[in-house]
Design a protein around this ligand. Structure first.
Ligand code: CTP
Ligand code: ZN
Length: 154
């Protein structure tokens, strides 16, 4: 073998979804958002793999599972630059971009300690506001803006 890496670092899958170019420190957030710790499908995960664009990236491969665009949009807060590859019979048949949803329900935490969502069992709900590359979250309940994504569970 030459110096060039010719082997996949994480095995190829026959059918399913490959989430690629996930920032290494967001990988467990993505697993949580997609609830992959409760799936019965085979999931392979690579963390801290080399990437030209990200330095270090993460990758998640879910065999025999295809996600609706809305489900994938939920990971926009943790990994907006992730690529979604749809695999059928070992071939990449589609590449999708993650689309930030207008409304985010039950993923992020409100940064306002006085917010009802931090005091009672109320599901969080935000409107997303895009400012250049940055995404801010406008709380439906307290109307405060949360500047950075704080995962609900961590
Ligand atoms: N992949 C896989 N199983 C397959 C085919 C592809 O797990 N049967 C994975 C590859 O390992 C890669 C991703 O799906 O992580 C996308 O594959 P491909 O488009 O061939 O790779 P790149 O060209 O490197 O993708 P990009 O341009 O998005 O970086
Ligand atoms: Zn709030």
């Amino acid at each position: 073998m030459s110096e060039k890496q010719t082997q996949l670092k994480v095995s190829a899958i026959k059918d399913g979804t490959v989430l690629d170019h996930i920032p290494a420190n967001s990988i467990f957030q993505v697993i949580d958002i997609l609830d992959l710790n409760h799936t019965g499908n085979p999931v392979t995960i690579g963390v801290n793999l080399e990437s030209k664009s990200l330095g270090r990236k993460g990758i998640i491969k879910i065999a025999d599972r295809f996600f609706a665009d809305g489900e994938l949009g939920r990971i926009a807060l943790a990994a907006p630059e992730a690529t979604v590859n749809v695999i059928r019979d070992y071939e990449v048949v589609q590449k999708k971009k993650i689309v930030l949803p207008d409304v985010v329900v039950g993923i992020a935490k409100c940064s306002n300690p006085m917010c009802v969502t931090n005091r009672q069992a109320v599901t969080t709900r935000f409107k997303t506001l895009k400012e250049g590359e940055k995404v801010k979250l406008l709380c439906h309940y307290c109307e405060k803006t949360t500047e950075e994504f704080i995962p609900l569970r961590h």
